[in-house]
Design a protein around this ligand. Structure first.
Ligand SMILES: [Zn+2]
Length: 478
């Protein structure tokens, strides 16, 4: 008699202790991609994972993607990308799973309640850097595959893995690799699944089918060769900070409306189906407000809030480089300041057009100041929004799997964040991408006390197992 998916579930349940121990091993590796001195740890994490996949019988290729140039001009080798295959049955469909093995920086002194690189179990939560973003979910795939093998149940589909170690540093080199292998490694893939996103709340599971893009701007204003004493020079100098704050204040009004002319023109109007999906989502504005700790939000109804987070652009002012920001009353006139802001973009907004609109408007605002100061605006990052076809069988498989494990219909949501690799898949392959979210909204990815709920970890492995089985049933046969 062949084993059933229920046997796989039982194996997962019986091995909770082992799976938690493994996650602790993974979290203990300080694979911070943005700190050059820790590059060896990223490499070690990639190698550990490759060996793990080989133990599962997978064929692993470690792809060299070259070097990165650091700010000081020196070169540093990038960690290789893992391209692996588990199962090569031509009679079966093939899913490609993407994930990342690097993490954001973390130190106990940042305000963690326990060492970020020692997985700590408190109240059903597993605390540690990378627990939810993205080591937990990547390890869940491997544990899930192992569980099929342990109960002698054949994998319902072939699994290809694309795992990188530079996601938190802009996925350098990955887009080129996906383009290069579009017809080879990714050639026989039927669909892609990524578990690197979060539920809208803490209870209802979610599938994510859209992300906003990001256009990041820097405005530099310089008024002198060195910082000046305001008592000595104040009153005689066209101050850079004064120019900059006036420009920043002209970008957005207090209700959140972006003041750059034309910026809303190409925003795709909401379709009836999108409005319906939004209306169906289980989301409490009050819970959301409390989670943020704000007294009042800019919108008040569920539909309005979600619309502004998912379907409309937003502009945020992030900071000013070169400005005085310490405690006390330093009476300085900063000589050079760089204001930083970004626009989260939505479908049909093209980064080139956004760049032109913003640059024209800011240049016009600056000229009206009649300032003699040196002025420059650049857009170092410009990425598009992404929306997948949520009626694709890939999504049916994800929905069925969530329903089976959680007993409820998952929320089909969009997210206001950006995951660059989804665009790379969209641009270089024609594959449908599903974001199968495992983490809860309060997991604190990138933040202090990042955690993964033990229940999300355990149920997540079952969702993945069920998803692989569902894929073999719903993907169209040739
Ligand atoms: Zn991530």
């Amino acid at each position: 008699m062949t084993s059933s998916i229920q046997d796989v579930f039982t194996h997962i349940e019986n091995n909770q202790q082992l799976f938690v121990k493994r996650l602790a091993e993974w979290v203990s590796v300080r694979s911070v991609s943005s700190q050059p001195e820790l590059r060896g740890e990223v490499l070690r994490m990639v190698q550990m994972t490759a060996q793990h996949i080989e133990r599962l019988g997978g064929a692993v290729e470690m792809v060299d993607i070259g070097t990165e140039t650091l700010a000081d001009g020196s070169k540093l080798a990038l960690p290789p990308v893992i391209l692996a295959e588990i199962g090569r049955d031509p009679a079966k469909k093939t899913v490609c799973v993407y994930g990342h093995l690097d993490v954001q920086p973390a130190q106990l002194e940042d305000g963690w309640d326990s060492d970020p690189f020692t997985l700590t179990h408190r109240n059903g939560k597993l605390y540690g850097r990378g627990a939810t973003d993205d080591k937990g979910p990547v390890l869940s795939w491997l544990n899930c595959i192992e569980s099929f093998q342990a109960v002698s149940k054949a994998l319902p589909v072939n699994v290809k893995l694309c795992l990188e170690g530079m996601e938190e540093s802009g996925s350098i080199g990955l887009g080129e690799l996906i383009a290069e292998r579009g017809k080879s490694f990714f050639g026989n893939v039927d669909c892609v699944c990524i578990s690197d996103s979060y539920w809208l709340g803490t209870q209802t599971p979610c599938l994510t089918f859209g992300l906003r893009g990001l256009c990041y701007f820097e405005i530099e204003v310089q008024c002198a060769q060195r910082d000046l004493h305001s008592g000595v020079y104040g009153g005689s100098v066209h101050e850079a900070m004064t120019d900059l704050t006036q420009i920043l204040a002209s970008l957005v009004d207090s209700s959140g409306r972006i003041l750059v002319p034309g910026i809303y023109k190409s925003v795709k109007p909401l379709s009836e189906m999108e409005a319906q999906l939004c209306a169906n989502v289980d989301f409490s504005p009050e819970e959301y407000r409390l989670e943020i700790g704000a007294t009042t939000l800019q919108q008040h109804t569920k539909e309005d809030i979600l619309n502004h987070r998912w379907h409309l652009p937003s502009l945020s002012i992030h900071g000013i480089e070169g400005a005085f920001s310490e405690l006390g009353q330093k009476t300085v006139i900063p000589s050079r300041v760089v204001g930083k802001f970004s626009i989260r973009t939505v479908p049909n907004m093209e980064p080139d057009e956004v760049e032109r609109q913003v640059k024209d408007y800011v240049a016009q605002t600056f000229s009206e100041l009649r300032s003699p100061n040196r002025f420059r605006i650049t857009m170092p990052v410009g990425s598009q929004a992404w929306v997948a076809d949520s009626t694709h069988p890939n999504y049916t498989a994800g929905r069925n799997a969530m329903r089976r494990v959680f007993g409820v219909e998952p929320n089909l949501i969009r997210d206001g964040c950006s995951i660059p690799v989804t665009l790379d898949f969209a641009r270089h392959t024609a594959l449908n991408v599903l974001l199968l979210s495992l983490g809860a909204c309060d997991d604190g990815a990138h933040s202090q006390n990042e955690k993964f709920n033990l229940s999300n970890y355990m149920n997540g492995m079952k969702v993945m197992a069920s998803y692989l089985e569902e894929l073999s049933l719903v993907l169209p046969k040739e």
